[in-house]
Design a protein around this ligand. Structure first.
Ligand code: NAD
Length: 496
């Protein structure tokens, strides 16, 4: 694969632009569209159906009808599994196309979409397909004259609202377990990155997922997203995105039908490096990768680097050296390790944090500028600030860009105190060769994930999600199925 080949393929690519509702590709009822802007060069890639409350209502009605007549949930588990496997196979068939769509929509490098984003999404579909007949109910220890079963049943209609940073990957974290559990789904992709979700809807139909079971409805958050979250016939909103929108979703649920809400929100994740770490070079690799991978647009980005004071200056030099590796390039170039920021407004937001940090007393150690402006796209170089205080905006707010803040600490207690002094609690990490310290600190960190001597040690078998304002509910693992099902107790009374 070469840049030229990717440019040629991109030029001939057809971007999905219609919603998938009740098994059909349809335009918005209003006829309206919104422009899908590609961050690689700032140009409009295509016009996408701007669905609103009417389209959402049609999708929810289709999903409800599919659920009620049991065309999916009552299929033999073997059959459901076969269809989900087929979907994974079709995604693999179209891997290059999906990777190109995602790279152009979102600006991430083609090497990542080919090797991480799309394969991970495929793996989610396969993993939950394999799991769907392996999780079953209980027989309770009731008195002799009664036999009670506890069964797990699908919820009904699941509304999934997902962000732009890992468009297909996040969508499949929700669609795969929701489908495996027997639900019908209305998926609302982010307006910045609708293409692969729409393609997923089309591929699901080709794989044999019955019409109405997986509907994909593109549109703006305030219109399509809000209509889905306020709909009186949606049973759950499964959301990944910002805390601000998460709050709104809980309000919408309260003001409508008290639907359940599961929130995967942001983070300000600390990576703590103790002077006794066995391999400081590996820790420096992880510090750079933890913040610069995916242009820093990761909910679990290691955006606060806490380093023991005695090694801080030497360690920062190591991270600064490594940052050069993450200089942004053309996302279509197979050699690029990072690409463009998703949108002009997100780029401006990130530059705003860079501008503010020195005013609060932080010292720029590297980067700080917009680059590749001549491309028309939105690129920021990997940026590191030293001497950050945990009270600075850079340490408190989620930047969602390639900007690292370094904070020095003097001992273990202070490291834990600083790490936990945040409203977030998604991921955290620590580097030490002292096994007692590793366990002790891991238990004290208030976060959904703790990675010891490694960063982002993610696996589909381990639940992903946060504590505090990073949300609640878990994606990945068998625990994710709990979110998409409810328990029912069925009791038979008989004469013993
Ligand atoms: P966002 O909250 O702005 O948008 C997410 C989704 O919500 C989009 O589909 C958007 O259209 C929709 N939306 C916006 N307003 C809405 C409304 N009023 N009602 C209903 N839906 C609405 O987030 P974003 O900017 O797309 O993504 C970045 C955020 O996502 C960051 O905060 C990041 O940390 C978070 N994130 C979290 C995880 C996780 O698993 N915890 C993973 C990825 C991203």
């Amino acid at each position: 694969m070469t840049l030229q080949k990717n440019l040629d393929r991109a030029a001939g690519l057809s971007f999905p632009s219609q919603a998938v509702i009740d098994g059909k590709l349809v335009s918005a009822k209003s006829g309206k569209t919104f422009p899908n802007v590609g961050p690689r060069d700032g140009r409009v890639l295509n016009e996408v159906a701007a669905c609103d409350a009417d389209d959402i209502d049609a999708a929810v009605k289709a999903a409800r009808a599919a659920f009620e007549d049991g065309r999916w949930r009552n299929k033999h588990p073997r059959e459901k599994k076969k269809i989900m496997f087929k979907l994974a196979e079709l995604m693999e068939r179209d891997l290059e196309e999906l990777a190109l769509l995602e790279t152009l929509d979102m600006g991430k490098p083609i090497r990542d979409t080919l090797s991480v984003d799309i394969p991970t999404a495929i793996n989610s579909i396969r993993w939950y397909a394999e799991a769907l007949d392996k999780v079953y109910g209980e027989v309770a220890t009731t008195p002799a004259e009664r036999l009670s079963f506890v069964v797990r049943e699908p919820l009904g209609v699941v509304g999934a609202i997902v962000p732009w940073n890992f468009p297909l990957h996040m969508a499949c974290w929700k669609v795969a377990p929701a489908l495996a559990a027997g639900n019908s789904i209305v998926l609302k992709p982010a307006e910045q990155s609708p293409s692969t979700a729409l393609k997923l809807g089309e591929l699901a139909l080709e794989a044999g997922v019955p019409p109405g079971v997986l509907n994909v409805v593109p549109g703006l958050g305030e219109t399509a997203g809000q209509a889905l979250a306020r709909h009186m016939d949606v049973d759950l909103i499964a959301f990944t995105g910002s805390g601000d929108v998460g709050r709104k979703l809980m309000t919408y649920a309260g003001e409508s039908n008290l639907k359940r809400v599961a929130l995967e929100l942001g983070g300000k994740s600390p990576q703590i490096v103790f002077a006794d770490a066995e391999n400081l070079d590996e820790a420096a690799d992880a510090a750079a990768w933890g913040i610069f991978f995916n242009q820093g647009e990761i909910c679990n980005a290691a955006s606060r680097l806490l380093v023991e004071a005695s090694i801080k200056d030497a360690f920062v030099r190591k991270v600064v050296e490594r940052a050069a590796h993450y200089a942004p390039g053309d996302p279509l170039d197979p050699a690029s390790v990072t690409g463009a920021i998703v949108s002009e407004s997100q780029m401006r937001r990130v530059l705003g944090f860079i501008d503010k940090a020195p005013k609060e007393g932080a010292v720029l150690a590297r980067g700080g500028k917009r680059v590749r402006e001549e491309s028309g796209g939105f690129y920021i170089e990997p940026t590191i600030f030293d001497r950050v205080e945990n009270t600075h905006a850079l340490a408190r707010d989620e930047v969602f860009g390639p900007v690292l803040g370094v904070i020095a600490f003097k001992d273990e207690d202070e490291a834990v105190r600083i790490a936990n002094d945040t409203v977030y609690g998604l991921a955290s990490g620590l580097w030490t060769a002292n096994i007692s310290r590793a366990h002790r600190v891991a238990r004290k960190l208030r976060a959904g994930l703790v990675w010891i001597n490694g960063w982002d040690a993610c696996d589909i078998t381990v639940p992903f999600g946060g504590a505090k304002q990073s949300g609640f509910g878990r994606d990945r693992s068998l625990h994710a199925l709990e979110k998409y099902t409810e328990l029912k107790g069925i009791s038979i009374t008989y004469r013993p």
